[in-house]
Design a protein around this ligand. Structure first.
Ligand code: GDP
Ligand code: MG
Length: 190
């Protein structure tokens, strides 16, 4: 018998991080299964939609993923960017240390705009460009950063080879879902 999907959930999430870490490329790979080298063309598009089927929960999650386009460094236009978001993907470039350390600045900006109870994951992108022996960001740095950003999980991705991306989004979606259902259960038992 074909299992029927019970419910559809709709969540807004935001992907943040310094310019050129690969945010837009990750989204093209995740949503369109394409490595788009020149993401300049899509600067005007500021969100993507992706459906995730979670058989284990009998649900579909519709993710609306907001991307900053070419406005990464221009804080004033971001005032509404985070409104209503349930999750954040903090992204850095595994080859560029400054994109990693700058994540705390992104966190500070988000803290002002969002309530505490949203979900977060940390993503180190461009895995295809590094060799294990010349990593500029080591595991210890990552563990510290995970704490600073209060993220649950860390993923290494390549938007070029499409590695790790589905896992990162799926994990974030499940996290948001679990948080929202535990809230509903609390509410019902009051
Ligand atoms: P954004 O500013 O964070 O949106 O970064 P973009 O998505 O525009 O990517 C910046 C550059 O990095 C582009 O030239 C991409 O082709 C390249 N890029 C993005 N992700 C990867 C990756 O995983 N591996 C490699 N080799 N290049 C990548
Ligand atoms: Mg971009």
């Amino acid at each position: 018998m074909v299992a029927l999907i019970n419910k559809i959930y709709f969540y807004k999430i935001c992907i943040v991080g310094d310019g050129a870490v690969g945010k837009t490329t990750i989204l093209h790979q995740y949503v369109d299964r394409k490595f788009v080298e020149d993401t300049q063309m899509t600067i005007g598009t500021n969100f993507f939609i992706k459906n995730i089927i979670l058989k284990e929960f009998d649900i579909i999650i519709k993710l609306q993923i907001w991307d900053l386009g070419g406005q990464d460094y221009f804080a004033p236009v971001r005032s509404n960017f985070y409104d209503g978001a349930r999750g954040i993907i903090y992204t850095f470039d595994l080859t560029r240390k400054s994109s990693f350390t700058n994540l705390t600045e992104w966190r500070n900006e988000i803290k002002e705009g969002l309530e505490e109870e949203f979900s977060r994951v940390l993503v180190g992108n461009k895995l295809d460009l590094i060799n294990e022996e010349d990593r500029v960001i080591n595991l210890e740095d990552v563990l510290l950063m995970k704490e600073q950003l209060s993220v649950s999980e860390y993923f290494e991705t390549s938007a070029k080879n499409n590695t790790g991306i589905d896992n990162a989004f799926r994990r974030l979606a499940i996290d948001i879902y679990k948080k929202s259902t535990s809230k509903i259960n609390r509410f019902n038992s009051d």
